[in-house]
Design a protein around this ligand. Structure first.
Ligand code: F6R
Length: 611
């Protein structure tokens, strides 16, 4: 959460920073600000989106070849002008932007208050900055030294950029737990939370590691550890095109990303799935096959939508590989002292690869000897780099805050993994293996089929958009899809929605059912079909409004449901990649009809880098 951008070089910093902040707005959009170095330090900040900041600074002096900018997702202190970043130090000489949380800021603040410091914001960031300034003054040392000393006291997560009015030749950056990428140009450097603000200027980047400090000048980049030892920057080539982070003619990123799914699932399968030869190639799985075959259990660790992908994977791995699977919310797992034995396999699922809870849960498990396999979308992200092995989902940058194409990419990777392990383990017979490979291969085309005509989904969205609550029900592989449908609706339309296993509704949620409650059944043709037909009848008997996701050709469901959305027939193991698509669209169209900002829903941020 929070997006940060920095620039130093021969260009004007402001336009580079503003453009970059717009690209990073998915990370937070409570307030935005910039600090520019130009014969002094100039700070401009504003509650609201980057566009609000742009309006505020019209007519102001925006010159400067070095600057830092921030788009905020509030942690300490409500969204307001005064809590917006950058913050200036008490002397006015230093400026800071920060992504993360300083957990022991209250103690440090108390010490500073006793020394006579006053604070103009409620943020932990301003405390950190004055702490650094205090150290600098008392030790008569450089900003870099003061920062190093300060960071040794700091508990928490941070990516910070600092500027000193008295030294316009450099920006100093540091990271622990929150991402930072530095773009290497000719006579210029770019700093950002992810590569999207950098991509149009250079493809050469350095991913800063935890506990590293970067001293960034126009024509020099020096990396050090907290012990002041110089470290050689590891330069990586970005594998990303500018078009991938633009809307490409769609009204919203979310819609673009939903419609990209035939291509993104195809990209995920491409080069891995070879149906004619009956082969699945996955380097990360192959090189650690022994570990995967010998493990007594697999833990899926993730949050949100990625956790739902983990639930589908639980069904897949247990059914195909006969390995017990536990699916853990990373935020619970990291704090509840779980039993982890050397040899346990953890599959970490994350779109961003930066989710703080997931990252820390994995670090703890790794320390205890677990083997970490990352299923990650964002290339070069923290989770990708800390995993022992992994498989990228290759879904491309996901900008819409609600996860869509990353989910189907995760399912594609996890299905291939399960099939590959099952075959090596001998827990799947060859004909079923080959059948599932062909089923998987057919998914992109079937998703395209669903997307060909969305008019029915749009009509259903219009019909139910004013409902106060929704219930989403599914069984088996479609149970996690029901959870995912409910999550999408909550995020995008702010309508309360609950996902439930369809049979479980009798144990409580059925009490909610009346003629005002839309109930969405994910009722495709699978082994539970007859059971879910009975569940539909139970809801109808109580006058609930039933919307069904059904398989093309079904003639029972349409006779019972109020509304039906059809998806192509598919094996139930790969079916979630189809049945989730109408649910993504339903939430999108309801959100749009309600006039909401579907790409940036309130209170959310794309990359949850604070716990
Ligand atoms: C839902 C959503 C979130 C994320 C969750 C995990 O649409 O986007 O629930 O799935 O924050 O994020 P990643 O996958 O980046 O670890």
């Amino acid at each position: 959460m929070c997006g940060i951008v920095g620039y130093i070089g021969y260009r004007q910093a402001y336009p580079v920073i503003i453009k970059g902040l717009k690209r990073l707005e998915y990370r937070g959009y409570d307030s935005a600000g910039v600090a520019l170095l130009n014969h002094g330090l100039k700070l401009y900040k504003k509650k609201g989106k980057v566009a609000d900041l742009e309006e505020t600074v019209i007519g102001m002096d925006l010159n400067g070849n070095a600057g830092i900018g921030h788009t905020r997702w509030a942690t300490h202190g409500e969204p307001s002008d005064r809590n917006a970043h950058p913050h200036a130090s008490a002397s006015g000489e230093l400026a800071i932007i920060h992504n993360g949380i300083i957990e022991n800021y209250a103690n440090i603040k108390e010490e500073l208050v006793k020394k006579g410091y006053h604070f103009t914001s409620d943020t932990d960031t301003e405390v950190l900055l004055n702490f650094i300034e205090d150290i600098k003054r008392n030790n008569n040392c450089t900003l870099e030294e003061a920062l190093r000393i300060a960071l040794k006291r700091v508990v928490g997560a941070y990516c910070i950029l600092l500027m000193d009015k008295n030294d316009p030749s450099c920006i100093i950056a540091a990271r622990k737990g929150s991402p930072l990428v530095i773009g290497i140009g000719k006579g210029e450097h770019f700093l950002a939370s992810d590569a999207s603000p950098i991509i149009e200027y250079t493809k050469e980047v350095v991913y800063v590691n935890d506990y590293q400090i970067a001293i960034v000048k126009a024509d020099e980049l020096i990396m050090k550890n907290l012990g002041n030892e110089v470290q050689t920057p590891f330069i990586t080539e970005l594998d990303m095109e500018l078009a991938a982070i633009e809307k490409g003619g769609f009204d919203h990123f979310m819609l673009k990303e939903i419609f990209e799914q035939p291509a993104t699932i195809h990209d995920c399968l491409r080069g891995r799935l070879q149906p004619e030869q009956g082969i699945i190639t996955m380097g990360g799985v192959e090189s650690h096959m022994e570990k995967l075959l010998n493990t007594s259990r697999i833990l899926m660790v993730a949050c949100g939508t990625s956790w739902h992908a983990g639930l589908v994977a639980e069904y897949l791995f247990e059914e195909l590989c006969r390995i017990p699977v536990e699916v853990e919310y990373a935020s619970e797992f990291r704090y509840r002292n779980p039993v982890i034995n050397p040899g346990d396999v953890i599959i970490a699922i994350s779109q961003s690869g930066e989710t703080a809870d997931t990252l820390v849960a994995l670090e703890n498990a790794k320390d205890k000897g677990a083997f970490i396999f990352g299923v990650v979308n964002s290339v070069g992200s923290s989770i990708a780099r800390m995993s022992h092995a992994g498989a990228y989902t290759h879904s491309g940058p996901e900008i819409g805050v609600a996860s869509t194409k990353a989910f189907t990419g995760q399912l594609a990777v996890l299905t291939m993994m399960a099939l590959k392990i099952a075959r090596a383990k001998g827990t799947i017979d060859e004909s079923r293996y080959l059948q599932l490979i062909h089923e998987l291969e057919a998914i992109p085309e079937k998703v395209a089929e669903i997307l060909k005509d969305t008019s029915e989904i749009e009509a259903i969205a219009a019909k139910y958009q004013d409902a106060a609550d929704f219930l989403y029900l599914g069984r088996g592989y479609n149970f996690p899809v029901a959870l995912e449908g409910a999550l999408k609706l909550k995020e995008i339309s702010y309508i309360h929605a609950e996902g439930y296993p369809a049979a479980e509704m009798k144990h409580g949620p059925i009490a909610l059912v009346d003629e005002t409650l839309p109930v969405v059944f994910v009722a495709t043709k699978d082994r539970y079909y007859e059971k879910i037909v009975s569940n539909v009848q139970e809801i109808k008997a109580r006058r609930g409004k039933v919307i069904c996701i059904a398989t093309v050709g079904d003639n029972i469901i349409p006779s019972m449901a109020d509304d039906v959305i059809y998806v192509p027939d598919a094996d139930e193991l790969v079916g979630p990649m189809l049945s989730v698509i109408p649910l993504q669209l339903l939430s999108y169209y309801i959100g749009i009809n309600k006039g909401l900002d579907v790409d940036k829903p309130r209170n959310l941020a794309k990359s949850v880098t604070v716990e």
